[in-house]
Design a protein around this ligand. Structure first.
Ligand code: NBX
Length: 838
């Protein structure tokens, strides 16, 4: 007799307590989880135990929605978005889940009645840092918006055992410490062993004939790795939809273990295990610069192959055919890290599923779309052909075939243009052949987008201009956004309460409604409270600074903040030159009047990026001198906050008066921190770069502090021969600032410490700091002046928030859905849980 487990019924019932929402039930569930799951008596429990018990309590309440979402997606004819990304910077889960489930207040009460403080419990959660910066955080905001908009979607990535390193500052220098985020267990993931997939590497290919004499290619790998899916629920805000983030962990294939073990080769067995597990061991800590290491390519192929096999397996199970794949799947490539997808999809369709090339290519092109996140030429990924050949021999053959067919087409469209062919080719010739991943992604996708209007224009005119000539219709802009749930409601609860009191709570799903705040612009009580909220947030940050940096800061000073990865193009050192300039003015004239300021910096440097690490050291060195100097007292303070992260961001953005967005025009693709500051009532000092341009357009030029060269001016100056020394010679303050730095004024005992920084500015100044110094300094003087007029500053702050609606990631995601993915929302209705029917 055939047994069908799915058709068996059981009389297991789920206790109401497991999902009930009353305070009493929540308290009981919390206590039960502490006892039964965490295995602790309350009197012996520590805060980690409380955090774990509370997370399970919350997860239980997510599960009903999650499983129902999976059921609806399984039963209905839908199109799903798959977001492929090597990085997901999700931020802490517990607070966000409570917000999105509308459980925050009840849990807060239940925890309070249990004798604990919720915020303290929330602080226990390790911040899952599975990303470097903007690109990974954008992926997380997108998942939040997709679930909130009820779009069937899944994130696919890598479950790194070690995320971005923890940064500590020792003697002013960055020191990297491994991030053991999994050491106490991860209550948010469910391991789905049954969906394990095999990933091949190395070896060779061979041609064979099938039963009907048709030739095919097969890939005989030299080793195989298993991908184990670890699923995390992604709840939408005030909806039943809970989507899935599926992260792959690499493990040794069982065959290999056994083969080695059985032959008594224990060292060999262990070596295989280690080699396999190394693939998902650690996140590469480079932002905006690729690292051409074999392991990095292994990581990329590993998660791509796992994800595409998973998509195809599920599609086949549901539809039994693959010709309609593109009708049900839209796959987005988050930069070129997953671009090997194009070749892997072709391999799966042609080799494994015996599809004809042309049909496979049609499906591939209509399934994939590619987002570019950076114009920095050094960030464009290229892999040496020999490495490719040894690791992915079949993919190299497929890429050559794609390239051959593509270049043939180009030749018919533009005959006799060999230079064009060389530029468009997926293979870079000369100086060692390389595979250009951006070219592969562009050729294999039906849509290519930049992440802010200027960035998309520059893509079309510069980095991808030849492709734009071929396929203008492929190119489109999708200006970035951020989720107001994490970045306003969770990060800034008192501010959110004030807004909701005035305009109702629907702004959290329709951020344009913030415009209604403009009707309260003259309401004195509202304005007073607006300032009180900012002041309280500044006090919280001041307390944190005291606790972590032992520096006392004045909450009445301008909180002038730059937090983001440390990179020369982002110009943290321009901010620093200005600070030194102010300091020298005070030293020259100790009675000078100055609007008090607190300069706050935060951000990590890639461990191998010497100049970025030197910038961190320089900020700390200047801080040491300035903060101790009695002449300066009450005027400026400088603080570098160690280990900037999503969770630290939630403390920082709400406390800012001034947001520093001062990249060299044309270099910052979009920026998203700029949006978080704006939504929390900070004003921006910024260049015409990335999304700054659109922020200024929205909030109005009178409410934005603009300075500096435009992207076109930067290009023109470089073209005409830029000489930074001219600025040094002609600007006395700038000269003094650079001289002091170069002379060792801020590095006693190490005279030449900052010489490399100064030399690079005087001799090359790739990012035009000297050209922009005076404009920046003048603009900062305007900021200081403006801050003195409290009422006017308040008006500007309110207008910035009221007009920030465009920068919700909900708006961005709607555009992707309508214009690229062609997907529609799917309603998830909850049914009372009945295990007998499940
Ligand atoms: O992507 C960032 C850009 O720098 C930001 O301007 C933008 O707002 C954000 C989201 O679109 N890029 C980024 O975080 N990383 C990379 O671009 C990157 C490139 C290559 C690499 C690692 C990271 N190997």
């Amino acid at each position: 007799m055939q047994t069908n487990v799915a058709n068996q019924t059981s009389n297991i019932t789920v206790e109401d307590d497991r999902t009930g929402l009353s305070i009493e039930t929540l308290k009981r569930a919390f206590a039960d989880n502490l006892f039964y799951i965490q295995g602790k008596l309350a009197i012996l429990a520590n805060f980690t135990d409380y955090y774990m018990a509370l997370s399970y309590t919350t997860r239980d309440r997510l599960l009903q929605r999650w499983l129902q979402t999976l059921k609806v997606y399984h039963e209905q004819d839908i199109k799903t978005v798959y977001y492929l990304s090597a990085e997901f910077l999700m931020g802490r889960h517990l607070g966000n889940s409570l917000i999105n489930l509308d459980l925050y207040e009840s849990i807060e009460q239940a925890v309070k009645e249990s004798g604990l403080d919720l915020t303290e419990v929330l602080e226990q959660e390790p911040d899952p840092g599975l990303g470097n910066g903007g690109l990974g955080r954008l992926a997380a905001c997108f998942l939040d918006s997709l679930a909130t908009l009820e779009i069937p979607a899944m994130g696919y990535g890598i479950r790194y055992e070690f995320g971005i390193f923890n940064q500590s500052i020792q003697h002013g220098w960055q020191v990297e410490i491994p991030d053991k985020w999994l050491k106490c267990g991860n209550p948010w993931e469910v391991v789905r062993y049954e969906s394990t997939v095999q990933v091949k590497f190395g070896g060779h290919t061979e041609v064979y004939n099938d039963d009907r004499g048709r030739p095919h290619t097969r890939w005989i790998p030299s080793f195989t790795v298993e991908g184990i899916p670890h699923d995390t629920p992604v709840p939408g805000y005030q909806t039943n939809t809970v989507n899935t983030l599926r992260l792959w962990k690499a493990e040794a294939g069982e065959d290999f273990n056994f083969q080695a073990f059985n032959s008594g080769d224990y060292d060999g067995a262990v070596a295989t295990k280690i080699k396999s597990e190394t693939i998902s061991k650690v996140l590469y800590p480079n932002d905006n610069t690729p690292q051409g290491r074999q392991l990095r390519l292994e990581q990329q192929f590993f998660f791509v192959s796992c994800s595409l096999q998973d998509i195809i397996r599920r599609h086949l199970k549901k539809y039994g055919r693959l010709d309609n794949l593109a009708d049900h799947a839209a796959v987005q490539l988050n930069d070129t890290h997953p671009a090997i997808s194009i070749a892997e999809m072709m391999r799966l369709l042609v080799d494994d599923h015996h599809m004809f090339w042309d049909e496979a290519w049609r499906i591939t092109q209509s399934t994939f779309a590619y987002t570019n996140h950076t114009l920095m030429p050094e960030a464009l990924e290229k892999w040496g052909v020999p490495l490719f050949e040894s690791l992915l021999p079949r993919h190299l053959e497929i890429i050559y075939e794609i390239n051959h067919r593509f270049l043939q087409d180009v030749q018919t469209w533009f005959p006799d243009d060999d230079e064009l062919l060389l530029r468009l080719s997926i293979i870079e010739e000369g100086g060692g052949k390389k595979v250009r991943m951006a070219n592969l992604a562009t050729v294999g996708s039906h849509a290519v987008n930049g992440v802010a209007a200027l960035h998309t224009e520059l893509l079309k005119q510069d980095v991808l201009k030849d492709f734009y000539k071929l396929w203008p219709e492929k190119f489109n802009n999708k200006t970035n956004g951020v989720t107001p749930r994490r970045w306003v409601l969770l990060a800034n609860p008192t501010f959110s309460e004030l807004i909701t009191e005035k305009i109702g709570g629907t702004w959290l799903k329709h951020l344009d409604e913030l415009r209604k705040l403009e009707t309260f612009i003259d309401d004195k009580d509202f304005r007073d409270r607006w300032r009180q909220v900012k002041q309280a947030n500044k006090q919280k940050l001041a307390d944190y600074i005291m606790a972590h940096n032992c520096v006392e800061v004045d909450v009445n000073s301008i909180f002038d903040i730059q937090v983001k990865r440390i990179h020369e193009y982002k110009r943290q050192h321009l901010d620093l030159l200005h600070i030194i300039g102010l300091y020298l003015r005070i030293k020259q004239n100790p009675n000078i009047k100055m609007t008090p300021r607190t300069f706050v910096f935060g951000g990590k440097a890639a461990p191998g990026y010497f100049m970025a690490k030197l910038i961190i050291k320089a900020i700390n060195a200047v801080a040491d001198v300035v903060n101790r100097d009695p002449d300066v007292h009450g005027r400026i303070k400088v603080v570098f906050l160690a280990n900037f992260s999503a969770s630290l961001g939630q403390l920082i953005y709400p406390a800012a008066d001034l947001s520093e967005q001062i990249s060299t025009a044309g270099k910052e693709a979009s920026g998203t921190g700029n949006m978080k500051f704006t939504m929390n009532g900070a004003l921006t000092i910024g260049t015409l770069d990335g999304a700054n341009i659109e922020i200024r357009e929205e909030v109005g030029e009178d409410n934005f502090f603009l300075f500096g060269l435009t992207a076109a001016e930067v290009e023109k100056m470089k073209y005409e021969g830029y000489n930074p020394r001219d600025y040094y010679e002609s600007n006395e303050e700038l000269r003094n600032v650079l001289d002091r730095l170069a002379m060792g004024y801020f590095s006693p005992g190490e005279k030449d410490l900052f010489k490399p920084l100064v030399d690079s500015l005087l001799h090359h100044d790739e990012y035009m700091l000297l050209a922009d110094y005076q404009a920046y300094s003048d603009c900062q003087a305007k900021v200081s002046e403006a801050y003195k007029d409290v009422e006017h500053w308040t008006t500007m702050s309110i207008l910035n928030v009221a007009r920030s609606g465009k920068f919700s990631s909900d708006r961005t995601i709607k555009e992707y859905c309508d214009e690229i993915w062609k997907v529609k929302p799917v309603k998830v209705e909850l049914e009372p849980y009945d295990p007998a029917r499940a």
